[in-house]
Design a binder for this molecule. Sequence first.
Ligand code: SF4
Length: 355
Amino acid sequence: MERKKTRPVWLGSVQVGGGAPISVQSMTNTDTRNIAATVEQINKLAAAGCEIVRVAVPDMEAADALSLIKDQINIPLVADIHFDYRLALAALDKGVDGLRINPGNIGGRERVLEIAAAAKARKVPIRIGVNAGSLEKDLLDEYGKPTASALVESALREICLLEEVGFFDLKVSVKSSDVPMMLEAYQMLSEKTDYPLHLGVTEAGTLRSGAVKSSVGIGILLSKGIGDTIRVSLTGNPLEEVRVGYDILKSLGLRARGIELISCPTCARTQIDLIKIAGEIEERLEGITAPLKIAVMGCVVNGPLEAKNADLGVAGGKGTGLIFRQGKVIRSVQEKELVSELIREAKQLAAQTAI
Ligand code: SF4
């Protein structure tokens, strides 16, 4: 699919927009003032593939923690600022790689311009993060409630303000927990600006509902070529946000990382415990970063072809499974050995791919 051309911005060494691979972001849910816990979570997120991380900066103590956090991590750090522009200035002083400000609550024009001047001096990009839950009062009065047009107007107003003072190092988001609204808002915004867009469904929900809403919202936009970086927002462990983010990108063929599992839903023809086998394989191969397509199929109806077309596959039989590796049958193994055999083969393939 053809992607919309946007301007590039850099958060540290990570390019967003301008044709760069779509990056996966997340946000910590530790107390930023607890430096050890925040660093530990960021490093786990990075190991899972998170490429940009955002931390909330609710007060000066959290802002003061940023430089020590940054010293102990290897991915760009973005400070998420609401209400108090002085926190944005402090975060810049502490060396963050990006700022997220919310036009609805950061204060007036002068405050925003002060942040822009400080960010420009340090070459730090700003994300204008519009959120349907915190729109400016005058827009709520004008539109009566949050709408796609109100979200876009809020974003464009802030873009104009920053452009007026020569600040162009921007990315933009117009998030809503309502998927049709965010879809409309991002599509409208994409027609009106070429700044890179950070996609997300805000407050999307718990693991299952949030993953579904995010996949629909983010996935539809990406399939239209819109979007440069994504954050899946889940009520839960942020590691899941990263996993779901990659799953969305992998399902659209936009990124390749780790295991892509193809597994059948099982039916009356299944004669092995396929659900358990597929779950174990997914869990035990979580740490693999080399892109590998693994098909775990219950029987000979669709099994052999799916298994043949994957890097590694199994087509189940009666208490047995036929293992395929790169299109060829390599052996038949008993059900109790299937998981360990597939893991062994997958690790071998991953090691070869990594070389
Ligand atoms: Fe059923 Fe076979 Fe299809 Fe799996 S692959 S759902 S076992 S028919």
